[in-house]
Design a protein around this ligand. Structure first.
Ligand SMILES: [Zn+2]
Length: 348
């Protein structure tokens, strides 16, 4: 085992032991109780998830680990959340409906970004079984299509060593950089932080030899409208996450308005419901974008800034706690309530 891998494993072990001590001594529960009963904080924990994959789906998927939870981990996590939190719907979150749940428990809202197909095939049966609801933020331009998200297309192309070499060179050439040792995550991060038009140009060069998508074998598919409708009938809520997922801070105002208005209109027309909430792509926002979201008629918007939402605070910059496998599974690969509690406490 390489030294860096050993160091990272040791770090995870130490973190898990520390989380275990805090969890089994009741420190997390005491902290929550103190904030609610003594400081009278009225807070809701909003969880941000993306993909939930069965072992078969995981073998086919090309997503970065930062957006993936395994099916078994998710199932156990749901049971834990159901026991220790009062899971609320969006109207309950917005304070419009009084639910009759256990008021001694902290509140939690479950959200999923993008609208991956595994939300239907893998997450939804588990949500249904546990009687827990959730909100899925859809990228409307990708629903029902065979097009894959650009990150997954790039990852798939880079998994071929000869293409990876060519893509690296092409990337350095297109950005005029000379840097050596560039890695995949670095390329993705830099491509995220530009307008969709600029990114499209760079990607066209990087993926010029990419074969046409074979949608039947595509392990990174998005939801179909029929699947969305079926989940809506069972109480899953659908809200907007733009049409094409640009990072809105890099787009001009006309584009931002188009993305916000069109995604809302499509969901409203397809599902016969009012769209009220928005999730910023990549969680990225600024004051200007925030104001346009409000002007476009949304009632609230979710970021990826870490923390619990305090009732009464700005509804257009609601923080969330993003979760992926490494944050909630221990070194034995199984769900760890201690690690989840540590993550939810905001201490990590
Ligand atoms: Zn997204």
């Amino acid at each position: 085992m390489r030294r860096s891998a050993m160091a990272s494993k040791l770090k995870r072990l130490i973190l898990q032991v520390a989380a275990g001590v805090l969890y089994y001594t009741g420190a997390f529960r005491l902290r929550l109780y103190f904030r609610r009963a003594v400081l009278h904080k009225r807070e809701i924990c909003v969880l941000g998830l993306h993909r939930v994959l069965s072992p078969e789906e995981e073998a086919q998927a090309n997503s970065l680990p930062g957006i993936v939870l395994r099916e078994a981990t998710f199932a156990q996590m749901l049971e834990f959340i159901k026991r220790h939190y009062r899971v609320v719907s969006l109207p309950e979150f917005l304070g419009e409906i009084e639910d009759d749940g256990d008021r001694s428990l902290p509140c939690c809202l479950l959200t999923f970004d993008d609208g991956w197909r595994d939300n239907y095939t893998t997450a939804y049966p588990l949500l249904k079984k546990s009687g827990v609801g959730g909100v899925i933020f859809l990228i409307t331009g990708l629903v029902g299509g065979s097009e894959t998200f650009w990150v997954e297309r790039l990852k798939r192309a880079c998994s071929d060593p000869s293409r990876w070499q060519r893509i690296k060179e092409c990337y350095q050439h297109s950005l005029g950089t000379q840097c050596h040792g560039v890695d995949f995550d670095e390329i993705v991060e830099s491509l995220k932080h530009m307008s969709a038009k600029e990114r499209g140009k760079v990607l066209a060069g990087l993926l010029s030899q990419d074969a046409k998508e074979d949608s039947a074998r595509n392990g990174d598919r998005m939801l179909e409208w029929e699947e969305v409708a079926a989940m809506q009938r069972e109480g899953i809520e659908f809200e907007a996450h733009t049409v094409t997922h640009p990072l809105l801070v890099y787009e001009d105002e006309a584009c931002v308005r188009r993305e916000l208005v069109a995604s809302r209109q499509v969901i409203e027309a397809r599902l016969g419901k009012k769209v009220r909430a928005f999730a910023y792509p990549n969680g990225t926002w600024n004051e200007k974008v925030r104001n346009i979201v409000r002007e476009c008629g949304y009632e609230c918007a979710f970021t990826t800034e870490r923390g619990w939402y305090s009732l009464g605070k700005d509804r257009f910059t609601i923080p969330r706690i993003l979760l992926h496998e490494a944050q909630v599974a221990g070194i034995n690969g199984r769900f760890s309530p201690a690690l989840l509690s540590l993550r939810l406490s905001g201490w990590r």
